[in-house]
Ligand binder design. Structure first.
Ligand code: MN
Length: 413
């Protein structure tokens, strides 16, 4: 029996009654506050709380009058679930006091969306076997995957100061790169600017220094998920990354989508993960499925042309699940904190139309990608816009992520 809402929800909306993603918005010149997306609207949760619609004793009244979700997330899963239950009731067609809620809806078109989370630490994984193999082949045709790859989810520690919300444009980074055939580097704007199709888990619970989170408990530490674009300068990355890994080729900008889709909204879309062979160590072995079926798409637009669809991938193509990443991240006792972000790494699929970055699509810039409109790209040009989208389910059961978009600006002159 599908749930119906008194809010009009367009048929193809990402934001149905079974989604209810959290974000931070402002409108009418007021300070940023917490809301949920429903159809083409935002329900103002600060206002809902002020009218005492929540009868949850562990929900302080100020928690939605905040510029981030951190205070709400820190209240813990029982409170998240109670609020989600109540919001579902409030928004259903038969809710008796819906007339009092109508004024609390803000059209999304009239709101500014802000970075939803005060991001603590950001870790980026490398969890797609297709991506790791495709990239590995470019450098090591005989042994694309490193010997450790199927035994642990590889990652590096990223930088949070450059994590931005969708719609934030950024300048092409400067840096050092080694031109082909040269033996000394040149300095200048990156000539190999790329995107990475990723998703990220938002950590909603602190873990304890010195204590590992078990694989069985790992999802309990995840509040929800966002789309993530890990913009990458491949020429800078190639020259700097040995032996300590990504640095300035990665940390100039990372974009996330404004709506955090609760893990509880995705549980109907669990799907079996890949067979993990050789078998993983017991601390990484989940008893039940921890993978999710989320369709993903990359669109590329330019200063003179509209968005062109260039890839269709899926979260289920990951080899390592977020639960496995989280269990591995804490196995040495490193604590996670509310607001931490765990990126999946580029989510590539098995076919040439499901690749998650230009590095793969163009085989390191060698073969140009031909867009549906006939234009070509090896890497991103100034004025290019990349949009990532994702959703699970369909119709009134659709759970969508909205979009994360960013535009490449030229260097300041
Ligand atoms: Mn990445």
């Amino acid at each position: 029996m599908p749930l119906n809402s008194w809010v009009e929800i367009p048929f193809d909306s990402d934001f149905t009654l079974v989604n209810l993603p959290y974000g931070v918005f402002s409108s009418d010149g007021r300070s940023p506050r917490v809301g949920i997306a429903i159809g083409n609207y935002i329900l103002d949760l600060q206002a809902v709380a002020e009218l005492n619609f929540f009868n949850e004793p562990n929900l302080p009244p100020f928690v939605f009058a905040q510029p981030t979700l951190n205070e709400f997330m820190a209240l813990g899963r029982p409170v998240w679930q109670a609020v989600r239950r109540q919001l579902t009731e409030l928004l259903q067609s038969d809710f008796p006091e819906k007339e009092r809620l109508i004024p609390l809806l803000v059209p999304q078109a009239e709101a500014v969306l802000h970075l939803p989370v005060r991001v603590g630490d950001y870790t980026d994984f490398y969890a797609s076997e297709y991506h790791a193999t495709n990239v590995g082949k470019l450098f090591r045709p005989d042994q694309p995957l490193m010997p450790n790859w199927k035994h642990l989810p590889v990652a590096y520690h990223g930088r949070t100061s450059s994590v931005v919300v969708s719609g934030t444009d950024f300048r092409r980074p400067n840096g050092q790169a080694l031109p082909a055939g040269a033996d000394t580097p040149e300095f200048g704007p990156s000539k190999a600017l790329d995107f990475e199709l990723e998703m990220a888990a938002v950590v909603g619970r602190d873990s304890v220094l010195g204590e590992a989170v078990s694989i069985a408990d790992a999802e309990g530490f995840i509040f929800g998920f966002v789309l993530l674009n890990d913009w990458s300068a491949r020429d800078i990355q190639r020259w700097e990354y040995q032996p300590l890994g990504p640095f300035l080729g990665k940390n100039f900008c990372t974009s996330i989508s404004p709506w955090v889709v609760p893990l509880d909204a995705l549980t109907p879309f669990r799907v079996a993960g890949p067979v993990q062979e050789p078998p993983v160590l017991p601390y990484l072995h989940p008893q039940e499925s921890t993978h999710f079926d989320v369709a993903l798409e990359v669109l590329l637009g330019g200063s003179t042309f509209e968005n062109q669809s260039i890839s269709q991938s899926n979260l289920k193509y990951l080899y390592w699940s977020f639960a496995q990443m989280l269990a591995h991240h804490t196995v040495n006792g490193c604590p996670l904190r509310v607001g931490d972000l765990l990126g999946s790494g580029t989510i590539s699929g098995p076919t040439s139309d499901s690749l998650g970055c230009l590095l793969e699509m163009t085989q390191g810039g060698k073969i140009p990608l031909v867009l549906p409109n006939g234009l070509q790209r090896r890497y991103l040009e100034d004025g290019d816009r990349v949009m990532l989208r994702g959703f699970a389910g369909e119709g009134s059961n659709r759970v969508g992520f909205g979009e994360v978009t960013g535009k490449v600006l030229g260097l300041r002159v």
